[in-house]
Every structure is written in C-alpha cells, then in structure tokens.
Design a protein around this ligand. Structure first.
Ligand SMILES: [Zn+2]
Length: 729
C-alpha cells in the first residue's frame, strides 16, 4: 500500500491551485468513454495529455498497439495510465507507469472527484527475469512533465493482472487514441536476424531492426539501422536471441483448436489406452454443461495400447446416460456412445450414409465409430450448438484461447481452413474487441458462400481478419484411410477412400468461385482425388479467355488467384508436374511425418516414400507452403520445420529420404511461402522494410541448430505488428 500512498501523493502534488475543476470534469464526462476506476475521459483529452507527458508519443502508441492485440498483454507490455486533472492545462492530467517493453507493467486506477484524483487500485502482473524492482512514473507536475523512479513493493509484483473490464476499458480508450496519430518506434538490437528476404545478406548480416508504427522501418547493419531511428527511440536488446519472421500456418483449424482445447485430452501419448480415455471422459462429464455433449479428442487407434478404435461400449462405461463423443485426431472419424448414436439418429441395420461409413461389430451392429461426412456433420453441429449456447464473451474467449496457444508457438498468422458463419462472427467480435492475437485469413466453407455474400462480410475486414478464399473437400483423410486413391488400402476400413465430388461437379463449383474472384483451396489427399482436382482446375484455368463463366477478353496465364491444393499427400510425380504447370499452390503438413507417418507407411506400403514429396514438388516448380492442420496434430511450426528436414516417423523410419529439405527451405515453408499461399507476401513472411512488424524471438537460430533439436527451441516472444502478444513466462 506504500506505493498507492506515494502515487496518491504524486496525484496530490499535481492538484491545480486554481479553478477549472468543474470544466475538467465536464469534459471528462461528456465523451462517456469509460476508463478504469470509473472516471471518464475524452479520447482527445487523453491524447493531448499523453502527448504532454510523453512528447515522443512512444508511450501512447505502446498502449494503443497492445490494445489492438491481446488485452492480457497490456499487463505485460504496456504502460499503465492514471487519469487525473492537469495542473498545467487545467482540464486533464495523466500519470503513467512506464511499461518496460515486454517485461512488465502495472495499472493505476482511481476516480476523478471534485477534490482531485483518488487512487483506488494498483494492479499489475510483473513477470520476467529482467524486471527490476523499480517503477518509473511519468507524471505531469506543477512544472510540467516529470519522471520519478520508485521502488516497487514486492506485493505488487505478485498481484493479479487487470480485470477484463479494466483491460477492455483501457483498450477502448487507447484504440481511439491510436487513430489520432503519433508514432511508436522500437529498435531491436543484439540479436541474430533471420530475415528470409530474397536478398538477405547482400549487405552483410542484419544487426538491428527498427519498428515504426507496427511496421518494419529498417533492418540491416546495426549502425545503419540506428542512424534511421528517431531520437528517444526505445531500444530492446535481446541478448543474442534469434529473430525470425512471424511464423504462418497456412492451414489450421483455428476455431476448432479453441473448441477442442476445452475438450478432454485423449491424445497419445497422454492417454495411452482406452481405460485412460474413459477416465478423461468421466472427468469431462463432470464439467460439461447439460445439453452439451461430453467431448474428448485426439485419439489415434493404432497408437492406443489396444490398437483399435474405442467403441460405443467403451464410451458407455464412462458416460452411460448422456451423449458423449470422442474425436479421432484426424477429425475424419469419431466414436459415439449409445446416447449420442440415438440423438444422431444412427441405428443398427441402417446402411452407410452417403460419403461416410459406420464401424460395425461382428454381428453387424453399429460399434459407435463414424467416418467422414456424417462425422463432419456431427462435429459441425456440436461446435455450432456449443457456439450458439455461448454468449459473445465466451465466443471471444474461445478465439482468444486458440490465439494464445498459437502465439505461444510463434505463430502470427493462420489460414482458418474451415471458416463458417459462427466462427467468422467469433473472429470478428474478437477483432473488434482488440483481442485477436494473430492474423486470420479465412477459407470459407463452400456451402456458406451465399451467406457470406449476403452478409457483406466478404473481403478484408481489417489487417487481422479477412475472408476471401473458399474451402472445398475433395476426399477423406490419410490417417483415417479415407483419402481417395487408385487401388485399395491394405488396412481397415479397406476400400479406395471417399471422393466427394465428380470432376464435372467440381469444375462447375471452381468456375463459379473463380469467376467471383475467390481463391479456391481444395482438400485433396489421395492420388485419385488430386487427379480429379487437377482436371477441374485445368478446365477452369486453361484457355484463358475461353474459360466459361468469365468475362473480359484478355486471356490470362497461370493461376492469378492462387488456387490451392490442401495437403496433396499422394501427389506423385506425374500429378506434381501437372500441378506445377497449372501454377497450383500446395499447402502441406510436414509435421504429419513424426505424428502420423507410421500410419501412412502401413496404408501406402512401398509408395509411402513418395508421399508429401516436398523436394520433388519444389523442383517441379510448385510453391509449397507449410501448415499444421491443427488440431489434427499440434500446431507447433518448429516441429513441422524439423520434420520437413528429417522426415522421420514416430518409429524412426525416414519416409522418402530424397524429399528432405534444408533448414532454410523448411523455414521458408512457414514464412515466405505461407505468406504467398495466403496472398499476403507484400505484408508478411519476411523481415523487410515496409512489411508488418510480425516477428518471433527464438532462444536459438533454427538455421544453425542441430535439426533434431529444432522443435525444442524455446519461443521467447511473439510480436504482432510491433506489439508483443506472447512472452515466455
Ligand atoms: Zn484441414
């Protein structure tokens, strides 16, 4: 409490000796803008006051920048601001605690009363080893702006962070101030910079990077960068850590990551057998609200000790009286208990539904396992029902939960591979609320197009949210053995996989989307599906002006909208050659190697060395982007980079040794190439002047590390548009 008293004394010293109190309060109240502590202040007054306190504007911008991101970051990275009346100008006054970049901060809040400003609360979360036990107070004193350095009480360092309401209020003020201009500069030094720029190294290794207003202003030799900085720029020295461009996951189910983060973790090795899965589901039942299905996720049948899918009977033992669902890690299969089967309307004796299959016991009764299309329908229904049950705040929380997980992995952007109405609304709410902590490029599910067009939400929303691509599924998954292949699988459920659309139907869809200017991204895994997709793309792209459904006489070459194939697992060399010729971008998942590779080897036998042929694809001329397909596997991009280099399965087999990439090529998958796949290569993907200041601070340089250890490199901080959105505890 000593600090609070001292702050109160600062406030007292700042009291005006003359009148103007009523006018000050009037102005503060008129705008109706809430700030922590219950007082109100106009954005203009706030901006002017902050400019007086902090002529460089750095402080204001740091608040504003953080506010545009994850508000929880405010407590780690931004300045705390106290509002009071100004003895200098008579109508406003501000005391701010300087937030040391990325290290810690505290917020002082209070109340403006006719007698002045009363400190009511000091909150802050001070973490990080380099936090000194000092608070630096910027204040407006009788003689103008001043700075005072105070000891920080130990108790304060352990205080909880801002309440959501406080953070939101501060964010809303700061956002308005942000539009008033002012610059924020940050000079990053004492780091290894891996810029991934095409001409990297032509002027020697970069020794510094200057960030101005959320973008990179300069990067290069330390001297030159320092010369470009304004006087008073904040300098952050990184003790030799490595800075790489913000990592981009070109295909990730971000909303599902958030949704499943709340489900029972039934992944291996954390749940090695069915009894463990049962125990997890029992626990989940206790915390799942009535009306929602008890949900578990992440199992892989061949990794379980029993070596089989759990059954309805297994689930019934754990959750006997209400619906329960257990999702396969691929999200191409799931297991239902008896109550869930009944709710879903699946009964013994029913034939397999179109585009899907039921698992059956030796007597032909449903064993609870559901593959493909009906499973998607269930997942979507459950997600939608649960989203509908949530209020806006809970939906934002879901997006935030996903964002936090991804930011902690060094990701600053992701293509949401399954954008639907509800999830787009949730991302939109989070963005509007300043709580979207990574850039989201939505691939909108094709059957939601009418809604998207009618909603007026098409196109770019903000620098952090856009929905301008369409997602189509052409076949099933590799790990569920439902990818459409030529020939048959030697493993259950046998067959040749599931193809969702015939060529002509697919062609018609692609033409329609292409004519409307949408980028198209088609899930295709098996060679039969990839062939069908390439046929359909060829029918759309080839012939330029001759393409049906398009107007304008100019023939076009290539693939200007950058239509994509997602996954491309069994894109064997002749197919790759066709894809290259058409200019198709392939978004793939190196991380499948270590997580699902052994299953691929079983299912594809002697062709498994040809799966995910990253090197051959690139040599054929295809732009290949990296991604995780999370929550199918972990979203960790460093694991994906490691696997692109090693191509080693869980059992230690190297799949396609000739297809291994170098470390630089592997990093490019998640930076420059992924930016290209998202059509954002002018904005993100490398550290170059003019691009957004999205970068990751890593403990070690992945290009210099032993490949085995790349996935163990710690992410120290993730910075989005110059604002830290994650920092290692
Ligand atoms: Zn996917």
């Amino acid at each position: 409490m000593a600090l609070v008293r001292r702050l109160a004394e600062v406030g007292a010293a700042d009291r005006p000796s003359t009148g103007g109190k009523a006018a000050a309060l009037g102005e503060l109240t008129r705008a109706g803008l809430p700030v922590p502590g219950g007082c109100v202040v106009t954005a203009a007054a706030f901006g002017r006051a902050m400019a007086a306190v902090d002529p460089s504007g750095a402080l204001v911008r740091s608040v504003a920048e953080v506010a545009a991101g994850d508000v929880s970051a405010i407590t780690r990275a931004a300045a705390g601001v106290m509002f009071t009346r100004s003895p200098v100008t008579g109508d406003r006054s501000v005391v701010a605690i300087e937030g040391t970049w990325g290290l810690g901060s505290a917020l002082v809040s209070g109340e403006v009363t006719p007698d002045g400003f009363t400190v009511s609360k000091v909150t802050g979360e001070i973490t990080g080893r380099r936090v000194g036990a000092k608070l630096r107070l910027h204040y407006l004193g009788p003689n103008g702006p001043g700075i005072s350095v105070q000891d920080m009480p130990v108790a304060l360092r352990r205080r909880p962070c801002l309440t959501d309401d406080e953070a939101r209020a501060l964010a809303s003020v700061a956002r308005r101030v942000a539009t008033k201009g002012g610059t924020m500069e940050l000079l990053v030094e004492d780091a290894v910079f891996v810029t991934m720029a095409a001409d990297a190294g032509s002027s020697g290794p970069a020794g510094g990077m200057l960030v101005r207003d959320g973008r990179i202003a300069a990067v290069g030799p330390a001297e030159a960068v320092r010369a470009a900085a304004s006087p008073g720029t904040r300098v952050v020295r990184l003790d030799g850590a490595t800075v790489v461009p913000g990592l981009i996951d070109a295909h990730c189910h971000v909303a599902d990551v958030g949704y499943l983060a709340a489900a029972a973790d039934c992944s291996q090795p954390s749940a090695p057998d069915i009894p463990t899965i049962q125990a997890r589901l029992r626990e989940a039942a206790d915390r799942t609200p009535q009306g929602s299905w008890v949900t578990g996720s992440g199992y892989v049948e061949y990794k379980l000790r029993e070596g089989r899918h759990p059954t309805r009977a297994d689930l019934d033992q754990a959750v006997p009286h209400r619906p329960a669902v257990l999702y396969h890690t691929s999200l191409h299969a799931c297991v239902l208990n008896t109550a869930a089967l009944a709710v879903a309307g699946f009964a013994d004796g029913q034939p397999d539904p179109p585009g899907g299959a039921f698992g059956r016991d030796s007597e032909g009764r449903l064993d609870g396992v559901v593959f493909e299309r009906p499973m998607f329908a269930l997942f979507e229904q459950n997600l939608r029902d649960d989203l509908a049950r949530m209020d806006a705040a809970a939906r934002i929380e879901l997006v935030q939960m996903a964002g936090r997980r991804l930011a902690a992995l060094g990701l600053t952007a992701a293509c949401e591979a399954d954008m639907r109405r509800d999830s787009l609304a949730a991302f939109g709410d989070a963005d509007a609320d300043g709580r979207l902590s990574l850039r989201i490029y939505g691939l909108v599910v094709h059957d939601q197009l009418d809604w998207l067009l009618a909603s007026g939400l098409r196109g770019r929303w903000s620098s952090r949210l856009a929905a301008e691509a369409i997602k189509i599924w052409a076949d099933g998954g590799m790990s569920s053995r439902t990818a459409a292949i030529h020939g048959t699988y030697p493993v259950p459920p046998y067959g040749s996989g599931i193809l969702y659309f015939e060529r002509d139907e697919l062609t018609e869809m692609i033409r329609d989307f292409d004519a409307r200017g949408f980028q198209v991204a088609i899930h295709a895994q098996g060679d039969r599906a990839i062939e069908t997709v390439l046929d359909a793309y060829a029918a759309t792209l080839a012939g330029g002006a001759g393409g049906a459904g398009r107007t304008g006489g100019a023939g076009r070459t290539g693939n200007p909208l950058r239509h994509r194939i997602e996954h491309g697992g069994a894109m064997y060399p002749p197919l790759a050659a066709r894809a290259a010729e058409l200019g198709i971008v392939v978004v793939s998942q190196p991380g499948f190697m270590s997580t699902l590779g052994d299953g691929f080897a079983e299912a594809f036998g002697d062709r498994s060395d040809e799966l995910y042929g990253f090197r051959s694809w690139q040599q054929a001329g295809i732009t290949v982007a990296g991604s995780s397909d999370a929550p199918v596997i972990t979203a960790d991009p460093l694991l994906g980079i490691r696997d692109a280099i090693l191509r080693r399965t869980g059992n230690g087999r190297v799949l396609g040794p000739a297809e291994r990439l170098t470390a630089r090529e592997a990093l490019a998958l998640y930076t420059t190439k992924a930016a290209f796949a998202a059509r954002r290569e002018r904005e993100i993907g490398s550290l170059e002047p003019g691009k957004r200041a999205d970068f990751v601070v890593l403990e070690a340089n992945p290009l210099a590390a032993n490949a085995e250890q790349i996935s163990d490199i710690g992410v120290l901080a993730t910075v989005l548009g110059g604002t830290p959105v994650y920092q290692a505890g």
